[in-house]
Write a protein of this length. Structure first.
Length: 325
């Protein structure tokens, strides 16, 4: 085969492969998109989902419908999206719970990594380690020293067993080599009431929820849970800055997934549109009001984040001896 003929054949095959993708990129979306929300209307997850959905609909010229399917720690909505056609018309917003579930559930209706296509990490959120004023510590280093001197005598609250706040304490315990007692509450309200009343000593809470109590002097803010300081609480150091917890990072977050095998052009279009939305001052301010920071990552970066989180929480759950439900 002569070079010219060979080139023509290769070019023809390449063009044939690219043509459908190009056509799809021009046509998508041709109908409304459904964004599955694994929490009820009015929840924090729902708030972030609606902020993104409204602007995404305006940008792509199609309605983005919010479909709230609460229950089973997100498994109901997750299964629906995992089994949906990979055409870009059924998406899922997930939180850190998505990467914790595989370690806390005996059985899963889907694989949290393999059965989804990452689109973007949308937001990040810091937690603050709160302490009752009666606890004689001013920072995390002193807390670790006190806990080592009083093993099993300091208690901490969580808003639910297996929640990010609970696992944050388990990570603290295993990282620092300390022993503290876990007390579970049903929701933020009861946990916050009891720490303010001195019935428990410690609590991880989102910065936006805990900061008012710190500013009012009702609770002490020992540290934020993320690898860098929170922009809304710049005076509170990170856990790692304590000098005893290098690399400590517990972050709340939200991200967008599609079913596995989502066409690259669809993934790319969704990623670029959502990233542009997250850069707008309006959305940044709206998210900041709820304590979240806009992120907007690449699909590959979000995929790496998901794998890291699944592995991290699997180690924490195993070390803590938490039994899957």
């Amino acid at each position: 085969m002569k070079n010219g003929v060979r080139f023509s054949v290769v070019c023809g095959v390449a063009c044939a492969a690219v043509a459908p993708q190009f056509a799809l990129s021009q046509l998508y979306p041709a109908k409304p998109i459904r964004l599955m929300v694994p929490q009820s209307a009015g929840s924090a997850t729902d708030t972030v989902a609606r902020a993104i959905a409204q602007k995404l609909g305006e940008r792509v010229g199609q309605q983005v419908i919010i479909d709230n399917r609460a229950g089973a720690s997100g498994l109901i909505a997750g299964e629906m999206v995992a089994k949906a056609p990979p055409d870009g018309y059924t998406l899922l917003i997930v939180s850190a719970t998505h990467t914790v579930n595989p370690s806390l559930r005996k059985s899963m209706p889907y694989d949290a990594i393999r059965d989804f296509t990452p689109v973007t990490l949308a937001t990040g959120q810091s937690y603050v380690l709160l302490a009752h004023p009666s606890l004689p510590v001013k920072n995390v280093k002193e807390l670790v020293q006190l806990a080592k001197a009083r093993p099993g005598q300091i208690n901490y609250a969580s808003t639910a067993a297996g929640s990010l706040g609970h696992l944050g304490f388990e990570l603290l315990k295993t990282t620092a080599g300390i022993d503290m007692v876990h007390i579970t509450y049903k929701g933020t309200g009861p946990a916050l009431t009891d720490i303010m009343g001195g019935h428990v000593s410690l609590l991880f809470l989102t910065v936006v929820s805990g900061l008012p109590q710190v500013k009012a002097g009702r609770l002490k803010g020992l540290a934020v849970s993320t690898g860098r300081r929170s922009p809304i609480a710049p005076d509170i150091p990170t856990m790692a800055e304590s000098g005893v917890l290098p690399g400590f990072d517990v972050s709340g977050w939200y991200g967008i997934l599609g079913p596995a095998n989502l066409p690259p052009v669809v993934t790319g279009k969704l990623n670029s549109e959502i990233a542009a939305i997250l850069k707008t001052p309006e959305i940044r301010e709206r998210l900041a009001a709820d304590g979240s920071e806009a992120v907007g990552s690449t699909p590959d970066a979000f995929a790496a984040h998901l794998k890291t989180e699944v592995a991290k929480w699997a180690k924490v759950v195993k070390a803590a001896g938490i039994k899957p439900e």
